[in-house]
Each structure stands twice: as C-alpha cells, then as structure tokens.
Design a protein around this ligand. Structure first.
Ligand code: CA
Ligand code: CA
Ligand code: CA
Length: 423
C-alpha cells in the first residue's frame, strides 16, 4: 500500500490587508498599493510595458529580478523567443483569467483534433492545456465546488507568465518566454483537504515531461515520500541524459519548518531551490535549511498576482511566490536566443552554475546555516547588454572585472552561447 504524503503549501496572506481588498476588485485602480517597504517602485525598467500594476510601480519584484531583460528583445537583438513550457503543479488554474488566456501551453494535436477523441494517443482525451489529475478530466480550472476559494495555482501561473502588454493586471519575467502547462495534482484551496497522492504525482510527472515541459514548478512541499516517487523524481531531475530530463524549481518553506521537505530536499542535479527574500534583501526569517546546491534567492513578500476570473487580483507573501518568480526568470532566460538550444543539463551548467550562482548580487547574510554568507539573488542580468539593461544589473556588466569573469565563465563551448555575441 502506498503511503500518502502530507502536502503543505507555503501560502500566507500579506500583512497589508487593505491592499488585498483593493486588489481583489476587478480592474483595480492603477495606483500604487502600499504593502511593504519594498513597493511601490518607480520609475520602472521598461516604460513601454503597459500593464496596470507595472505602470503603477507595484511589480517591484519584476525589476528586482531584472525581469524586463527576459521580455522579447528587439528583433535586431536576436529576434523572438522560443517558448519554454513551464508545468505548474498545483490546484489547477483559472485559464479564463484575463492575464492567463493566451499564455497557455497548447497540445496542438488536441487543438486541431476531435472532441472526445485522444488525438495524439497519449492516453488523455482532449488534454488541451494540461490535465486535471484530481478529477481525471481535461478541465484544469478548479471545479465549480472550488469557486470562492483561493486558487493557489492561478496565482503561481500568473507570477510565472502573466500576459504582458494587455493593459491590465500584471506582467511577469516569463510573460514572453514561458508557456503554462497546468497540472492539477491537489484539490480545492491548494489541497488542504486533499493530501498529495504519490501515485497521482508520478503520473503527473510522467505526463508533463512526456509532453515537453522543460521546467516543473513546485510551490509546495511534502515530508513523506515513496520509492516510486523518488524514482520518478530521480529520472526527471537527476539521471544524466534522460529523455525525461527537466528542471525542477522547488520551494523552500519559510514558516519555521525544521526541514525543507520534498522536492527541495532531493540532492539532485536539476533541482533549483527558491530561497524566499523579504524586505531589504534579507532571507525571510523562518526559512528552512536547504541542501547545498542550486539555491537562488527570489522575492517572497507582497507580490500581486491573478486570483479569480475574469479579472481579480490579490497580494500575497510567501515562499510560493519566490518559486514561481524563479521559474519565470529561468524560463525567460532559457527562451532567449541562443540559450533556447540548450538541453536541461547544458542550461544548468552554462547558465545556472556558471552565471547565476556567481552573481555579485547576494542577499544579506542569514543568521544561521546554511545562510550565514547569504545566497545569490536570482535575476536575468546575464541578458544585459550595453544597449539594454536593468537598474539592478548596473555596475555588473559595465565593470571590467565582471566582464573578465564572464569571459572566463563562457570560454570554450559556452562562448558560442553568450548572448552578448552578435548583439
Ligand atoms: Ca491526448
Ligand atoms: Ca480530442
Ligand atoms: Ca497583464
């Protein structure tokens, strides 16, 4: 008999409750929302992006990770992105939300096929944008019974790749580079009454990687596992050259849990952990110890994202946000020429290890191991050029020392993949 693992999601409400109420109104006003010492932040890096919350300075976290550099570069600088499919493992997502429509991964065989027929013979009938593994249906939105409850997955999907330049709501680092595959693995309200089912998760991992997801975003964690689940994650996140290889972006909880939980706790080569960063570049108090490895800091506090359809938004804080933002940054970079051609292992080696982990941007030192030296902060600054940069990157790409370091890091095979070349 398979043991059932307890699933806990790192979702907590923002202290700025007034801002939450305001933001939940459809078409919320384009004015700064005060929620932490970090927002609002004006001016913005990209004044041409017209999404309401960005123009109002509420998307401080997009510019914190230099997210605008991962947006479509001008054609003269390398052309369009090749989208990276990011699978959102959560309680589903309201795919009819104004900021998610048009951002979804689409199974073309089903889109051009016949209703009621498994057109691509993958074992799932009419799986257009993912699969609902809870109810075993192609409808990945939370069902009617969940209406009125917060959809954690909707928020996460928007922080990865909300629709940009539609004049409403938010934008995200992966807006142009990522496409969202919705993989519903827990029930209403982020599964509080529906613990993670390991067999279901094994099937969901199989589906997402078989259908081409290159980044699997887990803004959740669990403390019990099974041999089958361990094997499935090892195949995806560790086995060299696996045809099922993908990056797993895993949350590290910040509510005082003594351990990070899975999948962050796996010591696998393709697990990238999001360390929650709060105000003033500090690691969120109560962040669990993470294994040594690919650990990158990303914003957690006072982040606005999509809520109920058709156009509601809410402000949240928590390590879940960090995970989705990191997944969006990675997708945005990976989608950019010439990184788009890299395999998962090549991307980890050339981008994550050689560039992102070596950034001079670091969090403040944490008070306890393993964070006493701080952690590198996730950003897209490696895409900066002399023509196009972001405020947080300044002083990095223009420094001779930094340039020398980058040149050393991108010698040999990686020199061909340096986006500075040819731009
Ligand atoms: Ca199918
Ligand atoms: Ca069909
Ligand atoms: Ca938008």
């Amino acid at each position: 008999m398979v043991r059932r693992a307890g699933l806990r999601l790192g979702l907590i409400l923002c202290a700025g409750f007034a801002a939450v109420s305001q933001a939940q109104q459809p078409g919320f006003e384009c004015r700064p929302l005060t929620c932490s010492t970090l927002i609002p932040a004006l001016p913005v890096d990209d004044p041409h992006t017209n999404d309401c919350a960005y123009r109002a300075g509420n998307l401080w976290w997009v510019d914190y990770v230099a997210g605008s550099l991962a947006w479509n570069p001008p054609a003269a600088a390398g052309g369009d992105h090749e989208p990276v499919t990011v699978a959102i493992f959560d309680d589903g997502a309201y795919v009819d939300h104004e900021d998610l429509r048009g951002q979804l991964w689409t199974n073309e065989a089903e889109a051009h096929g016949k209703p009621g027929v498994d057109d691509d013979h993958n074992g799932y009938v009419d799986d257009l944008h993912g699969w609902n593994f809870v109810d075993n249906t192609p409808d990945v939105s939370p069902p009617e019974a969940c209406r009125g409850q917060v959809s954690h997955g909707t928020l996460m999907a928007s922080l990865v790749a909300a629709r940009r330049n539609n004049g409403v709501g938010i934008a995200a680092p992966g807006s142009d580079g990522a496409r969202l595959m919705i993989v519903r693995i827990v029930g209403c309200g982020a599964g509080r009454n529906d613990p993670l089912n390991p067999e279901r998760l094994v099937r969901a991992l199989d589906y997402a990687t078989r259908m081409g997801a290159r980044i699997l975003s887990f803004s959740n964690h669990w403390y019990a596992t099974t041999p089958e689940l361990d094997r499935a994650f090892a195949e995806v996140a560790d086995k060299p050259g696996s045809p099922r290889a993908a990056l797993v972006v895993a949350s590290v909880p910040n509510k005082g849990e003594p351990e990070a939980g899975y999948p962050a706790a796996y010591p696998y080569r393709r697990i990238i952990r999001a360390i929650p960063i709060g105000n003033d570049d500090m690691i969120s108090p109560g962040t669990s110890p993470a294994p040594i490895g690919l650990n990158l800091g990303a914003p957690s506090a006072c982040v606005i994202g999509a809520a109920a359809p058709p156009g509601h938004y809410r402000v949240e804080q928590g390590s879940s946000n960090s995970t989705a933002i990191l997944a969006g940054v990675l997708a945005g970079i990976w989608a950019t020429p010439p990184y788009a051609k890299l395999t998962p292992d090549e991307f980890v080696a050339a981008v994550v290890r050689k560039r992102m982990l070596r950034t001079p941007r670091r969090s403040k030192p944490g008070s306890r191991p393993p964070y006493v030296h701080g952690v590198p902060l996730a950003d897209a600054c490696l895409l900066a050029t002399s023509e196009r940069t972001a405020r947080v990157c300044r002083g990095q790409e223009l420094s001779g020392k930094r340039l020398n370091e980058l040149q050393r890091n991108t010698s040999g095979r990686d020199a061909r993949q340096d986006p500075r070349k040819g731009r």
